[in-house]
Design a binder for this molecule. Sequence first.
Ligand code: DAK
Length: 259
Amino acid sequence: MTTSTSIVLTEQDGPIGIVTLNRPKVLNALSPAMLEAICQALETLDANPDVRVIILTGGPRVFAAGADIKAMAEASPLDIVRMNTLGYWQRMQRINKPIIAAVSGYALGGGCELAMQCDLIVASETALFGQPEIKVGIMPGAGGTQRLAKAIGPYRAMEMVLTGEPITAREAHACGLVNRLVPVERYLDEAKELARTIAARPPIAVRLAREALRYGVETTLRDGLAVERRNFILLFDTHDQQEGMKAFLEKRKPEFKGE
Ligand code: DAK
């Protein structure tokens, strides 16, 4: 099934929802309309009980070249506040299902931040990750100074943010920003393969493990461990925990129901 607005395409392939940014003429620049369309697509798939994992992708040439510079060029601070761009990013953070970014070509500025907002990143060998905001007189505003430093370390992140120069997919893979690096013909298939593996796992355990991991990078070790412990215990109240362990002991494949 494929549905589309002009700028974002949404497709469902079994348990996988695929959101494709589709404004190639401006390299998928993240205008407010584009961010709204992405949020709506993600929220629709998040609410669909048949979808277990979401892939967010662009085209082979570009994932996204960042926020729309045209829309920001004449903006005052008040305009920026009124645009409420941050609101879109906060909506994305509330998605409960795992999101895999399938990145090929440019992932720059807000585009790099969009990929880092996802849980896993599959990249083609042609992908370029960068925070070039400094070159147009600003700085990252949607997590680029924070998530990047946590993902690749403060020194590498500092160099990227202060020079504005991108790193290649190979470098991003070597420093832990990219989970899987594949030739350009394979990036979407590889993301689907990863999505299918996760979709076959018990959904409540996936959700609670993801929640604990995401929470853990934002908080203290003590708080992160408390959430981990609570979620771990909660899982012993699920059908899938009983099924998973029973199936292991009976040497058969488990049938997870998401209950
Ligand atoms: N915005 C608008 N248009 C863009 C664009 C962008 N970010 N990137 C590319 N385009 C447009 C170009 O203007 C051009 O349009 P026409 O001239 O054809 O009308 C078309 O896309 C093709 O681009 P190029 O001709 O430049 O293509 P090239 O292959 O030569 O170069 C490039 C590709 C990706 C190297 C180059 O386009 C480029 O450097 N683009 C800009 C990259 C950039 O600086 N990105 C960071 C933008 S700032 C916020 C949160 C986050 C942000 C802001 C606020 N809040 C929470 C408030 C994020 C800010 C950013 O991302």
